[in-house]
Write a protein that binds this ligand. Sequence first.
Ligand code: UDP
Length: 253
Amino acid sequence: MARRTKVYEGKAKILYEGPEPGTLIQYFKDDATAFNAEKRDVIEGKGVLNNRLSEYFMTGLNNIGVPTHFIRRLNMREQLIRAVEIIPLEVVVRNIAAGSISKRLGIEEGTPLPRPIVEFYYKNDALGDPLVSEEHILAFGWATHQDLDDIVALALRVNDFLSGIMTGVGIKLVDFKIEVGRIYEGDFQRLVVADEISPDSCRLWDIKTGRKLDKDVFRRDLGNLSEAYAEVARRLGVMPSNATPITKPKLMN
Ligand code: UDP
């Protein structure tokens, strides 16, 4: 087999050239980083879990008509995706105050927000992904007005979808981050959810106990990260391929 061409390597994933034009292979590493990569570790099994979980969420979104870059999972660590032009924004949706909004605005972690809040951060590691306003985005041409309308609509649909799924398995969706990509089709372009959706990019709290089931376990040294992600996967019925498959999520009461 010919050696694959690496297109890009990020902190948690690698992109390789795909088998057909317009496709890429996304490989999930076990590397965990936080605080703009100041804290780093290798967490065995994380990549396999995130590949599965991202497949689960992206497939669900595709099925309800929210377009994503996801085509299909290839193996334990890889998935086939559509090549997109990434809009240089991290789009965060918050339902409950935590993390940076709590610090910035002095809102106690765990405070429900009056409505979902959508925020934009400029994707730039050297600057530490600063919070930006629509004014900045439009002035610097990172996205158009129409793009921003579409991005907010996509982000809120993802929020409704993910919140519903999580509530069903006893988990609160506190916040999450998505990235959005542009796909060109002839003279048209459309925006799709890209990158990944996994506990690396969400805050997930157990409804009953408040236990954190997301990357804060790593950021704040709260225990075993793989175990937390495996708990999310187990509740959703998304198991590693060597385990007994469960086809339906286990609903919690
Ligand atoms: N997030 C992410 N990547 C980033 C920054 C944030 O996936 O580079 C996610 C994070 O996991 C959380 C949400 O976006 O679910 C909001 O993060 P926040 O702004 O509170 O920043 P943090 O406290 O993680 O620095």
